[in-house]
Design a protein around this ligand. Structure first.
Ligand SMILES: [Zn+2]
Ligand SMILES: [Zn+2]
Length: 173
């Protein structure tokens, strides 16, 4: 996500639009299938600030919150962020903690080159859901033997199942 456009971006009020089609940056704490795609437009609005907006698509690979089976979670979102032509020092240790008076602007520069990876990393972190189900009616794992109840009926004694769950179980059968 490196683009040799720093000189273009140094001019005020000029839009620089970039097509994105690259692997997800490291440091998102998530796995992704295929490339992150979309379009990002940057505009130097003065005062050291660069407005960034656009649209991104990505597919996260996440374990189901009930049965733990990995499944694909499509992400698609519009965004608008405040960035700056400052150096990305260390993306992995960069925090989003912002001073109340001066909100953190996302750094865009790696040397003389505009690098969108820190911007994209923060956007992905923001949009990956904390929990996802493989399907809305996932039956999860048997609490006794750990069998995936989407795939099999286990031999566990049904009497051991929490009686409060019985009406739900009958519905699912
Ligand atoms: Zn599941
Ligand atoms: Zn079982």
């Amino acid at each position: 996500m490196r683009h040799d456009i720093a000189s273009k971006l140094s001019k005020r009020d000029q839009d620089v639009a970039l097509d994105i089609d690259a692997p997800a940056p490291i440091g998102t704490d998530a796995e992704f299938v295929g490339n992150v795609t979309g379009r990002i437009t940057l505009r130097n609005i003065g005062g050291g600030e660069v407005a960034a907006w656009g649209h991104l698509n990505a597919v996260a690979l996440m374990p189901c919150g009930r049965c733990l089976v990995e499944h694909e979670v499509p992400l698609e979102f519009d965004f608008s962020e405040s960035c700056a032509l400052t150096q990305i020092d260390e993306p992995l240790s960069y925090t989003q903690v912002a001073d109340e008076d001066e909100p953190a602007r996302i750094p865009l520069l790696d040397g003389d080159v505009v690098d969108l990876s820190e911007l994209v990393r923060q956007l992905l972190v923001l949009h990956v859901p904390p929990r996802s189900l493989c399907r809305p009616d996932c039956r999860g794992l048997c609490p006794h033997c750990g069998a995936n109840l989407n795939e099999t009926r286990c031999e566990c004694d049904e009497d051991e199942i929490d009686p409060r769950m019985a009406p739900l179980r009958d519905l699912l059968d």
